[in-house]
Design a protein around this ligand. Structure first.
Ligand SMILES: Nc1nc2c(ncn2[C@@H]2O[C@H](COP(=O)(O)OP(=O)(O)OP(=O)(O)O)[C@@H](O)[C@H]2O)c(=O)[nH]1
Ligand SMILES: [Mg+2]
Length: 200
């Protein structure tokens, strides 16, 4: 795997990947996690977040400037609640230098590409490398192939996504923010994979 992530040194009070300094959990039943969404411009990051948080799809979604913040809480079957504090980053190249501000200290990273756009898949691999080098060592990472509704225009085979995720110890899923396919599943699977604080 060769993960050479550097460890942020502000780890005091840290519980697994949940960093209280960044709004992490401090209660075994009510988790609060910082989540960052990364990927090329136009892959559908904002639409995925909007679908998850508001249940809506915006076909005229505007490019994100800097980053936007939204939060959403879900309840799991074991009665744990997870509050996702979501940083939806801007994919345009001019904002690339800002990304560390958002992924630093994040407990979860969702790396998104568009299944109709191979360049976005290449860029996703760049973000994965970046996260492994500079993200938290315990970060939970998901690789998401979005726009799965456009299957007739598919250019990135499902297997390529599966292989890339497996190689990097990530969870993989294809989604459609347009049809809502697998959007809730994405966040539920992430929630299940979060390190839990030991109950005292
Ligand atoms: N067909 C289809 N279109 C989608 C889907 N998700 C997003 N889109 C469209 O793709 C375009 C870009 O979506 P955004 O969510 O704004 O993209 P983004 O990744 O946030 O882009 P930046 O903010 O520039 O980084 C919009 O026109 C959306 O309507 C999807 O699942 N299927
Ligand atoms: Mg956006």
């Amino acid at each position: 795997m060769g993960c050479s992530a550097s460890v942020p040194d502000r780890n005091v009070g840290r519980i697994g990947g949940l960093n209280p300094e960044n709004g992490g959990a401090n209660d075994a039943k009510n988790l609060r996690v910082k989540l960052v969404v990364l990927g090329s411009s136009g892959v559908g990051k904002s639409c995925i977040v909007l679908r998850f948080v508001r249940g809506q799809f915006d076909p005229t979604s505007k490019v994100t400037v800097g980053a936007s913040f939204l939060s959403q809480t879900i309840a799991l079957q074991d009665s744990t609640t997870v509050k996702f504090e979501i940083w939806d980053t801007a994919g345009q190249e001019r904002y690339a230098a800002l990304a560390p501000l958002y992924y630093r200290g994040a407990a979860v990273a969702i790396v998104v590409y568009d299944i109709t756009n191979p360049e976005s898949f290449t860029k996703a691999q760049y973000w994965i490398k970046e996260l492994r080098k500079h993200g938290s060592p315990e970060i939970v990472m998901a690789l998401v192939g979005n726009k799965a509704d456009l299957h007739e225009k598919r250019e990135v085979p499902v297997q390529d996504g599966i292989d890339c995720a497996e190689k990097n110890g990530m969870f993989f899923i294809e989604t459609s923010a347009k049809t809502a396919d697998n959007i809730n599943q994405l966040f539920e699977e992430i929630a299940k994979r979060l390190p839990r604080p030991a109950s005292s």
